[in-house]
Design a protein around this ligand. Structure first.
Ligand code: NAD
Ligand code: TDX
Length: 368
């Protein structure tokens, strides 16, 4: 019966993972360590009771050592990070601190408890990373495989690339039992509304512009968060120690296609449910207008990667992974979740969120 420490378990993917694990393995013990930064939210764990929660920083090595020791943790699943590319352009320091130093701090604690003072029992340090470490693809380039050379372009992806290398070094040098997954763009419930899909759903509902960076032809591979959690589960169960696995959603789409799906999905939802017009009177769809009229092209993200794509053969062939949702299914479920959970997303849009949004988007408007 594994005892898991989940870092960043109150964030978007971490909380979905806690829900996934709790449902599938109800007898396992879950300890969550989360600093509750702007994107960490206890409401993401609402309705769950079967976990121990510690508010704290992954850089606090002695706290982590204590948690590993006291809870007899044998598996760390490391999600905690600064995760938004735009924020990394605005202020890279926190990304180096959390993603690079924080991951190193966790590794030191794991080495100390599991290897230096430990009994040599099997253990696992699973690191969650991103496809962005591989850089940007041209339209005809082959997708990223686990052997693609690292070429990170943003402070965010550089900090994640650095963390991947430190994880690798702790395995190679000290024998720590590590695995890493590099996944594509996640979407689903509880995603903080600074990322494309939740932001644009909410802007359609509240009648705000849909700010498309540049020409909107940047390509991402969209992965439903529950498919991602299944991929992590398979790597924890059967992944080879010291290996990395790419996890994709099999849904490579230009941003404009995703945005058109959001607009059409919101318009259709209003046609089918007359309550929505009363709940969201500022939505164009409430007045029988199309959401697509909110689309606005603004100045591009600095250093904006053009295309990401995942070659998922390794995880499919070795571990039997494949995403179970198409983008259309996953998006409909996600839209349904945001329509049903207005209280959740309104509560995330506090003063500091509004300040960040204003500075990010007014700076771009000036550059347009
Ligand atoms: P998120 O921003 O929603 O959540 C991050 C969580 O980490 C928050 O709960 C936050 O409070 C916590 N945290 C931040 N700094 C911390 C610290 N110093 N100590 C302890 N906790 C801290 O991010 P997410 O989208 O859930 O991403 C989770 C992981 O997945 C990250 O490592 C990210 O790089 C990776 N990833 C995300 C995506 C995506 O599409 N969202 C894609 C690929 C990889
Ligand atoms: O307002 C916007 N307008 C816009 O055109 C926002 C927020 C985004 N975009 C574009 C930029 C990207 O091409 O949409 C695309 C997706 O943007 P994000 O949701 O910010 O995701 P991305 O930058 O691709 O990074 C995400 O996937 C990889 C996560 O935030 C990372 O944590 C993860 O590693």
């Amino acid at each position: 019966m594994p005892n898991l420490l989940i870092t960043g378990g109150a964030g978007f993917i971490g909380a979905n993972f806690v829900r996934y694990w709790n449902e599938k393995y109800p007898n396992d013990s879950l300890v969550i360590l989360d600093a509750l930064t702007y994107s960490g939210n206890m409401a993401n764990l609402s309705g769950l009771t079967d976990f121990s929660f510690f508010r704290g920083d992954i850089r606090d090595t002695s706290l982590v050592e204590r948690l590993l020791h006291d809870h007899e943790v044998d598996t760390i699943v490391h999600f905690a990070a600064e995760s938004h590319v735009d924020r990394s352009i605005n202020g890279p320091d926190a990304f180096i601190e959390t993603n690079l130093s924080g991951t190193h701090s966790l590794l030191k604690a794991a080495k100390s408890v599991w290897l230096d003072k430990g009994s040599g029992k099997p253990h696992r340090f699973h690191h969650i990373s991103t496809d962005e470490v591989y850089g940007s693809l041209g339209p005809n380039d082959p997708p990223f495989s686990e052997t693609t050379a690292y070429a990170p372009n943003s402070p965010y992806s550089a900090s994640k690339a650095g963390s991947d290398h430190i994880v690798r070094a702790y395995h190679h040098t000290f024998g720590l039992q590590t695995t890493t997954t590099n996944c594509s763009n996640n979407y689903g419930p509880y995603q903080f509304p600074e990322k494309l899909i939740p932001l644009f759903i909410i802007n359609c509902l509240t009648g705000k512009d849909l700010p498309i960076y540049g020409d909107g032809m940047n390509v991402r591979d969209w992965l439903h968060v529950e498919d991602h959690c299944r991929g992590i589960d398979l790597v924890l169960e059967k992944g080879r120690i010291g290996e990395t696995y790419n996890v994709g959603g099999g849904a490579e789409l230009p941003n404009v296609a995703v945005i058109d799906a959001i607009c059409a999905g919101v318009d259709a939802a209003f046609e089918h449910d007359s309550q929505l017009g009363r709940r969201f009177p500022d939505a164009p769809a409430a007045r029988g207008k199309k959401s697509e009229f909110l689309k606005t092209h603004i100045a591009d993200r600095l250093g904006h990667d053009r295309r990401y794509a995942i070659d998922e053969r390794k995880i499919r062939e070795e571990l039997g992974y494949e995403p179970v949702r198409t983008f259309e299914q996953g998006f409909q479920e996600t839209l349904g979740w945001y329509l049903a959970n207005e209280d959740w997303w309104r509560a995330t849009m506090d003063g500091s969120y509004l300040k960040w949004m204003a500075s990010n988007y007014s700076e771009r408007a000036r550059r347009t």
